[in-house]
Design a protein around this ligand. Structure first.
Ligand code: 25A
Ligand code: L14
Length: 350
């Protein structure tokens, strides 16, 4: 009989955690038992899994006794505190936070791109940043077919990327502004920084904190995670990547304007489109004559990465522009984590 797994979801009550529960329920993973873990604030809350009502428990190290698989999205410091405890007790963890992504011992995996890295795990597998995931799903098939020299990306990131509380704050600001009341800001652009600005009816060119070089940490993550996933080296010099990350007043679904240069300068838009049309996890939505292009509202709730507005740079051979959209909470987080777990099982690693 196939093995059945005891699964713990750490951060089950968050924007991503809720979706981890739902994606696990919808997956092919044989589940013996699910443990829903969060902080003391959420203990006692009830959630559904495959027709059962489960109660959220406060996380302690012993919560991981007997657990085979952990899916975690409760923030980097919570992962650093509890995942070593889970590994010590024999669990394998798929972690959605930034805590372990740059650890050379930890594979950073998007199954469509580098599932072959999973076998190198030592108990922890990292899920990349949401913006990085959707970009590499769209670019890896192009890199495989034509080579890739450079990426210049600007993101249009949804409020939910900063968590459920940030999403709630954004909706409240929109209501208050339309009612003629002042908007309050206590979380965005980033909880950990000193100043806060309203996102409703606004754009915030800051996601995460600033580094000394003037880039934000989110931009740093896109650069180095992309290199680690595509080239297996976070500092690879042959693939140039630069990024500008912007928070936009959209609840769910990140958009990205991606400019890229391939090695094979004979590649045409038709060649790229052909590759993208058969690429796993990609849906091409690109028909300017009928105004067809990817949009967050259409992507929300789905697991695919949508690509459109594909066009050549008229002045640079081998260079192209495209527009990429995905649900940041699903392919960008919960779904990718569950797909990593499914792939671990398929490869006999769990
Ligand atoms: O550090 P990182 O990696 O950058 O991640 C930072 C945050 O980003 C979100 C996620 O927030 C994470 O905490 N996130 C990460 N990756 C994401 C992605 N790809 C992403 N969001 C979108 N896309 P979140 O709000 O979605 O989820 C947080 C969950 O973690 C639980 N948690 C927090 N600390 C914990 C913990 N669990 C165990 N131990 C800890 N020490 C958290 O549970 C939630 O499930 P909770 O019980 O703390 O919160 C549940 C509800 O409680 C309310 N609330 C939260 N904070 C406060 C609060 N109420 C009052 N005061 C507060 N300070 C909220 O209603 C919340 O929903
Ligand atoms: O590194 O706020 O996984 O849109 C994911 C959500 C970083 C911030 C991560 C956002 C976070 C990002």
């Amino acid at each position: 009989m196939a093995k059945e797994y005891v699964v713990a979801i750490l951060g089950a009550t968050g924007a991503v955690g809720h979706r981890m529960v739902a994606q696990l329920a919808a997956s092919s993973i044989p589940v013996k038992e699910v443990k829903l873990l969060a902080s003391a604030r959420s203990a006692g809350q009830q959630m559904e899994f495959r027709g059962q009502t489960l109660t959220v428990e406060e996380t302690t190290p012993d919560s991981f006794n007997g657990v085979d698989l952990v899916l975690s999205s409760a923030g980097g410091s919570t992962s650093k505190k509890y995942l070593p405890e889970a590994v010590k007790r024999g669990a394998i963890c798929v972690d959605n936070t930034s805590a372990y992504r740059m650890d050379p011992e930890v594979p950073l995996v998007v199954p469509e791109v580098n599932a072959d890295q999973l076998k190198h795990h030592h108990g922890i597998v990292a899920n990349p940043n949401c913006s990085t995931i959707q970009m590499v799903v769209a670019l890896e098939p192009i890199r495989k077919a034509f080579g890739l020299k450079q990426i210049i990306v600007s993101t249009y990131q949804a409020a939910s990327g900063a968590g459920q509380m940030a999403l709630n704050e954004f909706y409240q600001q929109a209501k208050d502004h339309l009612a003629g009341k002042p908007m309050e800001a206590n979380i965005l652009p980033t909880k950990g920084d000193k100043k806060h600005y309203p996102l409703a009816f606004n754009l915030l060119p800051q996601i995460d904190v600033f580094e000394d070089d003037g880039y934000t940490h989110e931009e740093w993550k896109m650069i180095h995670e992309t290199k680690k996933i595509m080239k297996n080296d976070m500092d690879d010099a042959d693939l140039k990547v630069t990024a500008t990350c912007v928070r936009v007043p959209v609840p769910i679904g990140h958009g990205e304007s991606v400019y890229f240069q391939v090695e094979d300068e004979s590649a045409t838009v038709a060649d790229l489109r052909k590759v993208l049309e058969t690429a796993p996890g990609v849906v091409v939505e690109d028909d300017p004559a009928h105004q067809v292009y990817p949009q967050p509202l259409k992507a929300e709730g789905t697991g695919d990465t949508y690509v459109g507005r594909l066009r050549p740079d008229a002045e640079n051979k081998g260079a192209f522009n495209m527009w990429v959209v995905a649900d940041n909470l699903l392919k960008g987080a919960a779904l990718n984590a569950v797909q990593n777990a499914e792939e671990l099982i398929r490869q006999g690693l769990l």
